[in-house]
Write a protein that binds this ligand. Sequence first.
Ligand code: HEC
Length: 241
Amino acid sequence: MIEIKQEMTLGKLSLTYRVLFTGFLLVIGLGLCMAGAQIMLTHGMADGKPGLSMNDIVYSYYGNRSGSKLESALNGKMKAKANDDVKFTMIQWVRDDAPEAQWEKVGPLFEQNCGNCHDAESGLPEVTKFEVAKSLAEIDHGASIASLTRVSHIHLFGISFIFLFIGWIFGMAEFNQTWKLILISTPFAFLVLDVASWWLTKFWPIFAWVTMIGGFGYSLAATVMFVTSLAQMWLTRWTQK
Ligand code: HEC
């Protein structure tokens, strides 16, 4: 391994730059914790249970394709709200992709059985309206291409800057050169892997595990760089050499 002569190490930086870098690292660290909490609260709850699981990732990107909200309501919470014949007709309509031509027939059933509660004042979805019933009858296909494109480009642009600066600071640490190169490059590789895995999971749910590995990989690399940089800027072992 080529040893690159290192002129400026973190411990020898002037107080000005140590304060600047420390401020940046602490705020970024706080931001990363918030990002983690946000993932738990949004994706973590996708399967109805707290905590991030494989199912959450599949539901978020691939969708829960076993059915629509309307059908699960008719088989679940709203089971007692109509007799079996009526529910059968409604579910049949849902499974036929909610055709407008048949609304003449099913519309009145929704009106009679559901309209009492699901009216405009209730705040509940107005299932007696065709558009509302139709949207509740759609199979959940997970993230749309439009939302994936938006989130992907924000993620790639934004996070690569965070890693550029964390890596830049860590580049001045005293550290085994090989490991330094590995730690500086891993976050970028895992970032691309992470974003790629969302797209793969959108089409093939089996790829959900890549999302887990991607997120874990760059969190780990970032933590090592973060802790090492702060330690070498402030602990006497490095600053008094
Ligand atoms: C007695 C009042 C009442 C009647 C009658 C009723 N609902 Fe509901 N419905 C509710 C309430 C209250 C909720 C919200 C409850 C909850 O989410 O725990 C709800 C929730 C729903 C939801 C879930 C909405 C969502 O966004 O997840 C659907 C779908 C639904 N009802 C469909 C129907 C259908 C179809 C009928 C007729 C067969 C019906 N409801 C009849 C009171 C009623």
